[in-house]
Design a protein around this ligand. Sequence first.
Ligand code: HEC
Ligand code: HEC
Ligand code: HEC
Ligand code: HEC
Ligand code: HEC
Ligand code: HEC
Ligand code: HEC
Ligand code: HEC
Length: 435
Amino acid sequence: MKKGRSFVLKGKLPLLTAIVMLTAVIMLMAGPALGAPPATENPCVACHLKTTPGLVADWQASLHSKNEVFCSNCHGEKHRNNKDSDLARLPDEHVCAECHEEQFDQFSRGKHNFGWSSMNALPITHMEPDLLMEGGKGCGGCHNMGIKSDAQKKDQLSKGYLYQNNSCDECHTRHAFSKKEAQDPRACQSCHMGYDHPQWEMWSSSKHGTRFFVKQAGKLPKKAAAPTCQLCHLPNGTHENRTAWGFLGVRLPLPDDKQWASDQVTILKALGVLNPETGKPTKRLEAVKAFDMARLTREAWKTERERMLKTCAACHSSRYARLQLDMADQMIETADRLMAQGIDIVAGLYKDGIIKKPDHYPFAYPDLLYFKQTGGSYIDQVLFRMYMKYRMRTYQGVFHANPDYAYWYGWAAMTKSLGEIKELARTMRAVHKIE
Ligand code: HEC
Ligand code: HEC
Ligand code: HEC
Ligand code: HEC
Ligand code: HEC
Ligand code: HEC
Ligand code: HEC
Ligand code: HEC
């Protein structure tokens, strides 16, 4: 206001200029009423500055606030006072899609969109506490990735879990909704870590990650090459993600090598995807297909592989990169040899009646998808750990250029597990004979 007035006091202006100035002054003095109201006059913002100031500060710093995307754009206008906050809409991904259709469409086609459904496809999910699933305190905390169907939402709500309706706030969190945050590898850390997918640990202690942190500390030039998760997995800002081997490390058609193909069949039986007696597909194959858990054609696998190689080739020679990824494939093959031996030994115990088939198992055969709720015996637990923890680390470690994960936390632990399985089986057979 002050600024406007001092302008007029300069006086002696040609009439036209004076009129223009005067109009400007009137507009300025009339204040925000004529233009957009300042954010703090917005009733939602004004009250929430008192009730939830931390959250409003986030929103104020966001591009949403600068572009007049208000609380009500996402939460609706039904809730207006201190007593009716249950009327606020908790927005799902479709609300974001109203303004970000491109990202929504990309996300819909990618692997993240299957997080919720793939979790629910596992038998184990329905034996564990709801709190850890729909409540989001365990599996559901990371698998809240994917647009839920109406039935899935209803199921969650009926169990009293109100939140987690949105996947778009997983990498650029509410209410900052910041692109920069999502570009930082730490945005992936909370989920891609730990027991069976320690990509964060592997990447951050690899040469790639080391470079990133050294660069961040200002000790390498700004242009120094330091590949992030996003560079390799969400290149050029895409929201569609998928890898050639996926999480399970199986594919169709089976590998050309006979031994490897046979080992993968053994693994597929232990995953309950193939019937262990007939070798025919079971119902679980439907889920593998529906939720894109494995590439089902040679072309589909190759498309993802070539896409990745193109990324590597921005920094490495193509020959170098191809050889690295070929070696990672060989690591899967080598690990599968150990894995299949382990499965065969435990399967033998089921076959000879030394381990009784648990009621919830479809077959008298080890079932890795019951996770730690294997009904059989301790040896099943050892086998599960060998698969879920160590086999994963063996090849994930090679893919992420992390020698220690590939060897000590992966391969070496697999060989130890196999030794333990052999020892346990020997004892179990001896005890069975005496009994
Ligand atoms: C007069 C104060 C007031 C106004 C105005 C107000 N809110 Fe709220 N709002 C609250 C209070 C109080 C809560 C409950 C906070 C709590 O649980 O601690 C709340 C909760 C919420 C929640 C969370 C609901 C939940 O289930 O956790 C959302 C979202 C929300 N408000 C959005 C809005 C929007 C959008 C507007 C404007 C259309 C708005 N608020 C206007 C006071 C207000
Ligand atoms: C771009 C969309 C968007 C805007 C704008 C937005 N929110 Fe939200 N808000 C969300 C999403 C997404 C959630 C999480 C919903 C869930 O968990 O199901 C959320 C959750 C909330 C919650 C409950 C969860 C918590 O962390 O406490 C409150 C309260 C809330 N918003 C208040 C506000 C207020 C106040 C504003 C305006 C200053 C605002 N929101 C602006 C998208 C938005
Ligand atoms: C009413 C329209 C509208 C809705 C609804 C909306 N946005 Fe936005 N969003 C915008 C606008 C406008 C921008 C600024 C675009 C720009 O400047 O390029 C933006 C920017 C963004 C950015 C980039 C911020 C940055 O730092 O560059 C992200 C991320 C984002 N929105 C996420 C979301 C998410 C997640 C939701 C749903 C929870 C959502 N938006 C809902 C309009 C909307
Ligand atoms: C710390 C976060 C986190 C927790 C907790 C978690 N998951 Fe996952 N899950 C992931 C991530 C990340 C992936 C993808 C990993 C990869 O591809 O290497 C994944 C992959 C999967 C897949 C494979 C999807 C596919 O397409 O191959 C299934 C099924 C699954 N999880 C189910 C579960 C179940 C059931 C639980 C709980 C018993 C659980 N997860 C706990 C993060 C988590
Ligand atoms: C797996 C993490 C992740 C999830 C989940 C995610 N995003 Fe993003 N988003 C990113 C990354 C990374 C960027 C930065 C892309 C870049 O570098 O240009 C981004 C950028 C954006 C931008 C800014 C685009 C631009 O160029 O300014 C918008 C808008 C956006 N996301 C919307 C969404 C919406 C809508 C959803 C849900 C359907 C979503 N995002 C889910 C990681 C994610
Ligand atoms: C909220 C947890 C969460 C966050 C954050 C997250 N992811 Fe994921 N991600 C998952 C889950 C769960 C899956 C498995 C989805 C499924 O079941 O199909 C997955 C799958 C993937 C896959 C596909 C692997 C395959 O099967 O081919 C890639 C690649 C991936 N995420 C990369 C990223 C990157 C990069 C980021 C960070 C920008 C990120 N994710 C952030 C939970 C998360
Ligand atoms: C230099 C590139 C590169 C970087 C950086 C990178 N990855 Fe990967 N990632 C790969 C390759 C290569 C594969 C194996 C692809 C295939 O199946 O052919 C892979 C596989 C994956 C998978 C599928 C399961 C697995 O591990 O084999 C997930 C999930 C994943 N990466 C997440 C991440 C996350 C999260 C980060 C960051 C913490 C990250 N990656 C960093 C190249 C990279
Ligand atoms: C943005 C550039 C960049 C991209 C993209 C990239 N790398 Fe690297 N990579 C580097 C740099 C820089 C180093 C460190 C070189 C050194 O150790 O002297 C490195 C190191 C490595 C190493 C460890 C070599 C060693 O001597 O310890 C391997 C293996 C590797 N990269 C493989 C890959 C693969 C496979 C891909 C694609 C999936 C890839 N990289 C993508 C820049 C990149």
